[in-house]
Write a protein that binds this ligand. Structure first.
Ligand code: NAD
Length: 245
């Protein structure tokens, strides 16, 4: 059977947990050779903090030395922040923007010469429903994801002539270790989980695999005419009104 990613090499940032780990599994199952770059990489990944330019360049060099090139880049590493616009100090604003936005630019900058050489080059950025919808108490995180959406469009435009497609996915609330940690920190995790599920019209959380499948589609030649798009994987959250249940 011919698989979508046969012969292609992929880099997944934040690939040791949650959505990124699901992407790494999905791309591997479909024939890709996958390098996971993560600040906390587990056994098989490359240790790399996307806020450290030297570490990013060294990691990309190591991937190219091992795989011979890079065809697919999934910029997925991200961190959260809670509170309204006044809740975080300058250092916190700089830190979250440095990881969530500049981190994507940094990894892309290092990978760009290699993506340019690929005939099936694709970049997929993990954005969020927070780029489209005012979420309560997520000012800094939302600003970072709004920037990811704009960066996706800018990159898609700038690299048309390089034949590099650039898209993003916008997950709603996805059932990952990140969300698990948020639930565990709440007063009533079961009630909080039910409340998050109820905010999504489908009445449940999105799975990491569902987000990974959308990323795999945008990364694969199956979406060959798609660039500069944001694909919602959000249980209907953006477009639909939650029904009373
Ligand atoms: P997660 O915490 O389960 O996984 C994130 C991974 O990124 C971890 O392995 C972590 O070690 C890594 N990481 C964090 N900072 C890093 C850094 N500086 N350099 C390299 N790696 C780093 O989270 P997740 O829920 O899988 O989230 C993945 C992405 O999906 C994030 O960009 C997040 O904003 C986005 N997202 C998540 C949800 C959700 O509900 N889970 C919704 C919308 C968007």
């Amino acid at each position: 059977m011919k698989l979508e990613f046969d012969g292609l090499s992929a880099v997944v940032t934040g690939g040791a947990s949650g959505i990124g780990a699901a992407v790494a599994r999905t791309l591997t199952a479909r024939g890709a050779t996958v390098a996971v770059l993560d600040v906390n990489p587990g056994e098989d990944g490359i240790r790399c903090d996307v806020s450290d330019d030297g570490a990013v360049r060294a990691a990309i060099d190591a991937v190219v030395a091992r795989f011979g090139g890079i065809d697919v880049l999934v910029n997925n590493a991200g961190i959260g922040a809670a509170g309204d616009v006044a809740a975080n100090d300058d250092a916190q604003w700089h830190r979250v923007l440095d990881v969530n936005v500049v981190g994507m630019a940094r990894v892309t900058r290092a990978a760009l010469p290699h993506l340019r050489k690929s005939e099936k080059a694709a970049v997929v950025n993990t954005c969020s429903i927070a780029a489209w919808q005012g979420l309560p108490n997520r000012a800094l995180y939302s600003a970072s994801k709004g920037a990811v959406l704009a960066l996706t469009l800018a990159m898609a435009t700038d690299h048309l002539d390089d034949d590099i497609r650039v898209n993003c996915v916008c997950p709603g609330t996805a059932d990952t270790p990140w969300v698990g940690r948020l639930l565990d920190a709440s007063a009533d995790p079961a009630a909080e989980r039910a409340a998050l599920a109820a905010r999504q019209p489908m009445g449940r959380l999105v799975t990491a695999d569902e987000v990974a499948h959308a990323i795999a589609y945008l990364a694969s030649p199956l979406s060959g005419s798609t660039t500069g798009t944001a694909l919602a994987v959000d249980g209907g959250m953006y477009g639909l009104r939650p029904r009373p249940r």
